[in-house]
Design a protein around this ligand. Structure first.
Ligand SMILES: Cc1cc2nc3c(=O)[nH]c(=O)nc-3n(C[C@H](O)[C@H](O)[C@H](O)COP(=O)(O)OP(=O)(O)OC[C@H]3O[C@@H](n4cnc5c(N)ncnc54)[C@H](O)[C@@H]3O)c2cc1C
Length: 464
């Protein structure tokens, strides 16, 4: 499992604009948007065990745990402009106690923020997801897809594209681009790629356009098993960042990949998927949390050394999931720390050890997961988009001076929108395609929820 995508319908403007015209593969006559909205009407998120402490007690999260100092610091950050924030970290703006508030534990584990991440990005999140402030403890604003996002979002889009004559080629790695400069314009003239280890060259002719993925948060990911930990891969093993690095060399308008991919210790975390053939774990979790699968969102073990969370999605999570099989997903923000119940860092643990740590926090008998198959997944660049950066570190979707090359990814500069979202990639692609192809169609604006922070700031100024 790649983790369940949390979506909202108060944001994600471009994503829903796209999916309101993509037919569902499961419900004839409905679009993906229709079926997703309907599903979420039936299965509303209402987390009742969002944080669990070391006594295995559900932490009261009706208060965010803020002091007046925390509130003032939050408002200062949310009112600062991006030039002032520069490449500063979240820790540059808050006192240590802020990182012990219920708010921080919930916000950080919902969105995967670390204290050393970009203050600019954290500020953008505060504005973009302002509506989540009042419901972060129940995750009531979170919308889910019916199945995993590959089957619910990727496959219907792929089917629609194929129907419209798009030729998709998988198992193909682009290794280089040929280019020339004409009248000061950068023009791609050819693509070099490896298909099943065979080199190929594709000519890029006049009138052709090239849309390139510059960087990926799942680059160099590796899987373990019940008996082995995932290998510790880096970008050197995968070569995933190389193309962007090559192109950006000596061309500041193409960005600075080093700002994002230079420190695995700051951008890595680890997830795990558990497949069960016995209902005991789901039954006990339902009883403990008070949530039916698919309604609880994240359960975070607040005091766990690994800062571990699990999510029990609505079952079945896969269209062809056999009856009697249940799957869930979890992740830990600090895989480099020694566990509470397993005396080693998560990064060195196999699936059986991760299950032992999980059962320790829940005080569940190991028999509860006796049939479980736990597959760990290490993602060294999973939060690389949150690394502190300057605006110039990310290229524009269509960089200045480019005639036929555009970037589409989480590593392009889009005003106001937030990375680590499906929405950002859809918006980046719309911006790149509309601009290069001259499509006369409006891109839905980022909803300005952030204006409310200004009135909150005025209230604090007036002592309210
Ligand atoms: C565990 C996890 C949880 C997440 N949770 C959420 C969530 O709750 N809500 C949300 O909105 N978003 C979430 N996201 C983020 C969201 O999934 C991503 O932002 C989005 O999928 C990025 O899409 P993309 O197409 O830009 O890049 P990717 O999905 O990274 O796809 C890029 C593709 O390009 C390929 N590629 C790269 N370079 C080359 C090359 N040179 N040649 C050939 N192929 C290449 C890569 O292999 C990859 O397949 C999550 C991501 C992860 C990993």
């Amino acid at each position: 499992m790649r983790g369940g995508r949390m979506l909202t319908t108060d944001n994600y403007e471009c994503t829903w604009e796209l999916y309101k015209s993509i037919p569902s593969l499961n419900h004839e006559g409905q679009t993906v948007l229709d079926e997703t909205v309907e599903f979420n009407e039936r299965h509303k998120s209402n987390a009742m065990a969002r944080l669990v402490d070391s006594r295995r007690a559900k932490v009261s999260v009706t208060s965010m745990g803020f002091s007046m100092e925390d509130r003032i610091e939050l408002l200062k950050l949310s009112q600062a402009d991006e030039d002032t924030l520069g490449a500063s970290c979240i820790t540059d703006w808050f006192s240590p106690v802020f990182f012990e508030t219920e708010f921080w534990y919930m916000w950080a584990t919902t969105f995967a923020f670390q204290p050393w991440h970009s203050a600019v990005e954290f500020r953008r999140y505060l504005h973009r997801f302002l509506l989540e402030f009042s419901r972060i403890e129940t995750l009531a604003g979170v919308k889910r897809t019916i199945y995993n996002q590959y089957e619910s979002l990727v496959l219907p889009l792929q089917a629609w594209l194929t129907l419209h004559g798009v030729h998709l080629v998988a198992d193909c790695k682009v290794t280089d681009l040929d280019h020339k400069t004409e009248n000061g314009k950068f023009i791609v003239t050819g693509i070099h790629c490896l298909r099943q280890d065979t080199s190929e060259a594709i000519a890029v002719n006049d009138g052709d356009f090239v849309f390139m993925q510059n960087g990926s948060m799942t680059d160099a990911s590796s899987l373990g098993s019940m008996t082995s930990a995932p290998s510790m891969l880096t970008k050197a093993d995968s070569g995933g960042w190389t193309l962007w690095e090559k192109l950006a060399q000596g061309r500041p308008e193409f960005g600075n990949p080093a700002a994002f991919n230079s420190c695995i210790a700051q951008s890595c975390w680890e997830s795990f998927t558990v497949t069960l053939k016995n209902p005991a774990f789901f039954d006990r979790m339902t009883q403990f949390s008070g949530n039916q699968p698919g309604t609880g969102g994240l359960v975070t073990f607040r005091d766990s050394n690994w800062l571990m969370s699990i999510v029990l999605a609505h079952q079945p999570h896969f269209a062809n999931q056999p009856a009697g099989v249940q799957v869930f997903w979890g992740y830990s923000l600090f895989p480099d720390r020694v566990g509470n119940f397993v005396p080693k860092p998560m990064a060195e643990c196999n699936g059986a050890e991760i299950l032992r740590e999980l059962c320790g926090h829940l005080r569940f008998d190991p028999d509860t997961v006796a049939s479980g198959n736990c597959i760990p997944c290490r993602m060294p660049y999973i939060t690389s988009m949150f690394m502190p950066r300057m605006r110039s570190d990310r290229p524009l979707p269509v960089p200045c001076g480019s005639r036929n090359l555009a970037f589409t990814s989480q590593f392009v500069e889009i005003p106001d929108d937030v990375v680590f979202t499906v929405e950002y990639s859809v918006r980046a692609a719309q911006m790149a395609v509309y601009e290069l192809l001259g499509v006369d169609r409006e891109i839905p604006p980022v909803t300005p929820h952030g204006q409310a922070t200004a009135s909150a700031a005025r209230c604090v100024d007036q002592g309210v």
